[in-house]
Design a protein around this ligand. Structure first.
Ligand code: ATP
Length: 270
């Protein structure tokens, strides 16, 4: 039985425009898949739909079944908000591109990491403080300093580490990472990818990794879905997508990733 089973997902605007069309895929426990496609292809809307967080006025049809251990099997498309609140953070959770979207600028980092632990694990007092410390220590070398800081007092990379700590705090079965490194500079990007890869492997979590960057996706996932104009045009192992893409659009993506790589190599040699 899959952890996530998406069947015939179609997302429409209020005026009936189809932004994602008849998308089907599934993800097993512990599996890591990438969702790739150019800007506007529907990647973010797909991940928001999985979390039951589509913007107001947008509707999803089809089914998105989440079946995480110890939690009720739920079709996110049909479920009410109360049911979804019990699943978010535990069955599935999301790390966004811009860590500031996940963080309240007016609250110290420690208080923010405490929030999911209090709400979903029921921790209080000393047990809660220890859990916050442990959650931060898994992603940063100096958890006490970071816990006392406000978001603007730490770097972009540190903020994304905090967002990851918050996402992982309640041991979700599925982590969705939506362009989690795009807003960061290249060396920090690599560190965050390494951290995500290590945490996912250590916890046996499933990963749905969204990116427009094939090189990044192939570094952390084993299977790739290629989305274009809201439609799935190709899917396969990373190996197959990179070395023998069948769809013209995928060939284009692979070609531009290669061109970028060789341009970078040329500049590095200068
Ligand atoms: N709130 C909204 N209202 C109307 N259209 C929207 C809304 N959000 C997204 N769209 C449209 O839906 C399509 C898919 O958007 P989506 O954000 O899922 O793409 P994406 O592949 O994640 O792109 P990016 O990499 O730029 O985030 C785009 O054409 C976008 O303009």
């Amino acid at each position: 039985m899959s952890l996530l089973d998406v069947q015939g997902l179609t997302i429409r605007t209020e005026d009936g425009r189809e932004l994602v069309s008849d998308l089907s895929f599934s993800l097993d426990a512990g599996e890591r898949i990438g969702l790739i496609g150019e800007s506007g292809s529907g990647k973010s809307l797909t991940t928001l739909a999985v979390m039951g967080l589509l913007p107001p006025g947008m509707t999803a049809s089809g089914s998105i079944v989440l079946d995480a251990p110890g939690l009720p099997r739920t079709d996110v498309v049909a479920a009410g908000e109360r049911r979804l609140l019990g699943l978010r953070g535990r069955a599935a959770t999301v790390v966004f591109q811009e860590p500031l979207t996940a963080l309240d600028p007016l609250m110290r980092v420690g208080q923010q990491v405490a929030e999911p632990l209090r709400r979903l694990k029921g921790l209080r007092g000393a047990a809660l403080r220890q859990a916050v410390r442990d959650a931060l220590a898994q992603v940063l070398p100096d958890p006490d300093r970071i816990a006392r800081a406000f978001p603007h007092e730490i770097s972009g990379g540190q903020r994304q580490r905090v967002a990851i700590a918050m996402a992982l705090a309640c041991d979700p079965a599925l982590l969705i990472a939506d362009e989690p490194t795009t807003a960061l500079d290249v060396t920090v990007q690599e560190e965050i990818l390494e951290l995500l890869g290590a945490q996912v492997a250590e916890r046996g979590m499933a990963l749905l990794f969204v990116s427009h960057d094939l090189a990044v996706v192939s570094a952390v996932t084993e299977r790739v879905l290629v989305l274009r104009n809201g439609q799935l045009v190709e899917q396969g192992s990373v190996e197959q997508i990179v070395h023998s893409p069948t769809h013209a659009y995928t060939r284009e993506l692979v070609g531009s990733a290669r061109r970028l790589e060789s341009a970078l190599e040329r500049t590095a040699k200068r």
